[in-house]
Design a protein around this ligand. Structure first.
Ligand SMILES: [Zn+2]
Length: 358
């Protein structure tokens, strides 16, 4: 038998340590239990995510953020952890924007694709997303948020198509040559599509580009829905019935988008989700908006549009790594696995596939 030089046995010594560290240890045990709970959630089989909107490219240009890792909410490691199949990257120009700045954003996006060594690849059709996913890689979808940088020159729309842009957001915070914005400082300018806007819709239809009505005025959403021969989307918008904000969509407009076969990507931006202080808004509020849209639109028409790297998002939904926590919350709310899979990515993929095939 081995002699214990310190006297007493090992069990007694451990007990003494446990007693001394009692309260601290209890806290640590509780914390690790909570963390284990979160870990279990992330360990569940991943739902394939198709996020319809993020502003990460802008952060790459302005702050030097990288896609391969680091600060951003959308990085390759975070997307992998969160089960992202397809991530839409918006080329977003602040204020009215310029064509030169849009080109700069595009060059940043291109350099990210090249630097990734194939971890992420541009996809311009549903089949390409399938192919990229089947090779264990992430599909990048390119969108433009607001057509102000075109300065009314519609011939630049085919140029965007040539870059691989397949989602076309007509307008941002201020009305432009194409359409009225829901938040134009002058409410009288929150008008519908202009004549150029009507042409732009026809061009997008001809080219197989998905028209995105997030930020468009209510009248412009109705105009686009009336005119487009394809389903339309609102890539990152919330439900006005739960949060009365001009950027959000009324039940009538939600129904209209569903009736066209389109989808609405629920925005994670706390300001659009709730009028409560941002730090008190959690994932539950996102679930509430999703469930409301499911009720109004049907489960085939609800999707995700995180607005990551462009907006303050809820507690517990700060990065692309946390998408599966939202999927678990949706399952816990009573939705079936099949329905949650549609919301997390299936619906967005369906519309993207349908519109981009010519
Ligand atoms: Zn936006």
């Amino acid at each position: 038998m081995r002699h214990d030089p310190s006297g007493g046995n090992a069990v007694t010594r451990r007990r003494a340590v446990l007693l001394a560290a009692g309260p601290l240890l209890l806290a640590a045990v509780l914390l690790s239990t909570v963390r284990a709970g979160e870990a279990e959630k992330t360990a569940a089989p991943a739902m394939k995510v198709f996020d319809l909107h993020c502003d990460t490219v802008y952060q790459g240009v302005k702050k030097g953020w990288e896609l391969k890792g680091g600060k951003g909410a959308v990085t390759i490691p975070k997307m992998r952890k969160g089960g992202v199949m397809a991530q839409t990257f918006a080329l977003w120009t602040p204020k009215t924007g310029t064509w030169a700045f849009l080109q700069k954003l595009h060059r940043k996006f291109e350099s990210w694709m090249q630097e990734s060594g194939g971890d992420i690849e541009l996809a311009v059709s549903g089949d390409e997303i399938d192919d990229i996913a089947s090779r264990g890689r992430i599909a990048a979808v390119l969108s433009v948020e607001g057509l102000s940088p075109l300065g009314g020159d519609l011939e630049k729309i085919p140029v965007l198509h040539g870059w691989g842009v397949r989602i076309l957001g007509l307008v941002w915070m201020k009305s432009n040559e194409i359409a009225g914005s829901s938040t134009d400082p002058d409410p009288a300018k929150r008008t519908g599509l202009t004549e150029k806007g009507r042409k732009a819709v026809a061009m997008a239809n001809d080219l197989g580009m998905v028209i995105d009505v997030s930020h468009a005025s209510d009248e412009a959403v109705r105009d686009v829905a009336g005119l487009s021969s394809d389903p339309i989307i609102a890539s990152h918008s919330c439900a006005k019935a739960l949060r009365d904000h001009p950027r959000n969509l009324s039940d009538d407009l939600l129904e209209l988008i569903a009736s066209k076969g389109g989808v609405v990507g629920v925005n994670f931006y706390t300001t659009y989700l709730s009028d409560a202080p941002a730090k008190t808004v959690g994932r539950k509020t996102v679930v509430d908006h999703i469930l409301h849209m499911v009720k109004i639109m049907g489960v085939d028409h609800v999707a995700l549009g995180s607005d990551f790297d462009g907006a303050k998002t809820p507690v517990g939904l700060k990065t692309a790594a946390q998408h599966q926590l939202l999927a678990k919350d949706l399952l816990d709310s009573g939705l079936s696995h099949e329905d949650v899979a549609k919301i997390m990515g299936g619906n967005a993929l369906r519309v993207f596939r349908q519109v981009t095939v010519l």
